[in-house]
Design a protein around this ligand. Structure first.
Ligand code: HEM
Length: 465
């Protein structure tokens, strides 16, 4: 809690992805798909996205540039576009790798956020099986990994999944699994990148044996394997262009909670005016539908009281004394110059407009609350939303499957008069929009909230004719 600063839309988003979005359901129990596993597809895409990195000039890395690179032979395979249907941004591709590894019994890899999405393709630098050892060593060196790390990272990655005949007809004549370290060392592996009939594409053999199998031997110990893979895959997903900084790993905020006793979390806050909250502070309690502290915060935020500071009590309902989480006594103080702007889930609604016959039109009436404080800086007419449609929703569209970005200026919402120090702005957007960036412009100053995840917000619905 010491480093937790509020408001922080990025953390809110990560919290939502980790604990609420249910992305882990797609890989649960190492789920099978397309003759392999979803996990294998997710780990491979993370590596391919990251392997555009150039350690020397600080370009490329895990930046979602892969979505612009799907037309390259290096990125062949149905797993690529299907995986992208589950991810929207670079942070989710990284999270996918974390969830994928954990779901197949691998280690828990610490997860940090803050990756920035590329808007164009990176270089074609994904290693390919027909390249020689020297090229692979050079390639991994460019990506920031030495030879030993290359051997281990490939071994970690190729524990999952396989080679598909459809993608690599020159390597396999049927879909075949890659393999385990011990099988490689005992010469029982079926991994075609080790023992396949096509010698040229035995890249795993050349890589694994390149130090006389010393690294592969060391990976025989399950603990060493697990720790090494956790470390290298964490480095892999944290490889980002220079200038991009990632947060400390995100842990569960609810570590003081005892989930088995249905704890009650109460959030207290005082408001800026000193008129709305009683002296003990305003408060709101957790409910069964709120799975994280941060979702309680957003509910409190939706109560429209500009907050000056907040704190929590946690009652584990197990007879133990309740815990006060108040930032060492001072509460979590909200800086005075914070501009408050958020998607108002209570006022936004999905609208279904019934047409004359059987036709209907559907859209989301997006309502954004902007604090009066923000309006001191922001021109009332200058709030805009950039909506992000991750992919054209069809699988057979021809790559590259580009996201659709649309920027709209919001209008004052006539149906929601100002209240509690907030003014409401609105626009209609597609119900398929997954993410939006909000921007308030005031002369030279710009305030943005990026990656506001609409998929995690429950909106009310109305039917109109
Ligand atoms: C020299 C480096 C590498 C080469 C030449 C290489 C090559 C390949 C090839 C040819 C396939 C088969 C893909 C298909 O049939 O569609 C594959 C699969 C895979 N690779 Fe690699 N790879 C390399 C490094 C890595 C690394 C570093 C990772 C991750 C840490 C990784 C993760 C995977 C995974 C998980 C699969 C299985 C995908 C699935 O089953 O859908 N690879 N690799």
């Amino acid at each position: 809690f010491a480093t937790f600063q509020w408001p922080n839309p990025l953390l809110r988003y990560a919290d939502q992805q980790l604990y609420e979005a249910g992305l882990d359901q797609f890989v649960a129990n190492c789920l099978a798909a397309d003759n392999t596993t979803v996990s294998a597809q997710w780990l491979r895409i993370a590596y391919h996205d990251m392997s555009t990195h150039d350690e020397e000039d600080g370009t490329g890395g895990l930046d979602a540039s892969i979505q612009y690179e799907l037309d390259r032979p290096q990125n062949v395979g149905i797993g690529m576009p299907t995986s992208l249907l589950s991810f929207a941004v670079a942070d989710t591709i990284a999270l996918g790798a974390v969830l994928a590894v954990a779901a197949c019994g691998g280690p828990i890899i610490p997860y940090s956020i803050g990756r920035i999405d590329a808007t164009v393709a990176g270089p074609s630098t994904v290693p390919e099986p027909q390249q020689d050892l020297a090229s692979h060593i050079a390639s991994f060196h460019r990506q920031g990994f030495n030879q030993t790390e290359m051997i281990a990272l490939v071994a970690c990655g190729h524990t999952l999944g396989g080679v598909r005949e459809e993608d690599f007809p020159l390597i396999v004549t049927e879909d075949l699994n890659l393999g385990e370290t011990d099988q490689y060392l005992q010469n029982t592996t079926q991994n075609v990148l080790v023992v396949g009939p096509n010698v040229t594409t035995r890249s795993d053999f050349r890589i694994f044996s390149s130090d006389g199998n010393v690294t592969m031997q060391s990976l025989l110990s399950p603990n060493t394997f697990s720790e090494t893979c956790a470390d290298l895959i964490q480095r892999m997903i944290n490889t980002v262009p220079s200038g991009v900084s990632l947060t400390d790993p995100i842990g569960p905020f609810n570590y003081i909670l005892n989930p088995s006793t249905s704890p009650t979390v109460t959030m207290f806050w005082t408001d800026r005016q000193g008129s709305f909250c009683p002296s003990i502070g305003c408060s709101i309690q957790s409910s069964g539908t709120q799975t994280s502290l941060l979702s309680i915060i957003s509910t409190a935020q939706a109560r429209l009281s500009p907050i000056s500071k907040f704190w929590f009590t946690v009652d584990n309902n197990d007879g133990s004394e309740s815990v006060v989480v108040d930032n060492g006594g001072g509460g979590f103080v909200v800086e005075d110059d914070v501009i408050s702007m958020f998607v108002d889930s209570l006022r936004s609604e999905e609208v279904l407009v019934l047409g004359a016959s059987t036709s209907f039109d559907e859209f989301l009436k997006l309502v954004v609350a902007v604090s009066k404080h923000a309006l001191l800086f922001a021109d009332a007419n200058d709030i805009s939303a950039t909506t992000f449609l991750p992919l054209s929703n069809t699988l057979d569209a021809t790559p590259p499957l580009l996201p659709t970005l649309t920027t709209t200026t919001l209008q004052i919402d006539e149906s929601n008069p100002s209240e509690g120090g907030f003014t409401f702005f609105t626009t209609n957007i597609s119900t398929s929009v997954a993410f939006i960036n909000l921007t308030a412009n005031a002369g030279d100053a710009t305030y943005t909230q990026i990656n506001v995840d609409l998929t995690g917000i429950a909106f009310g619905a109305v039917v109109s004719t």
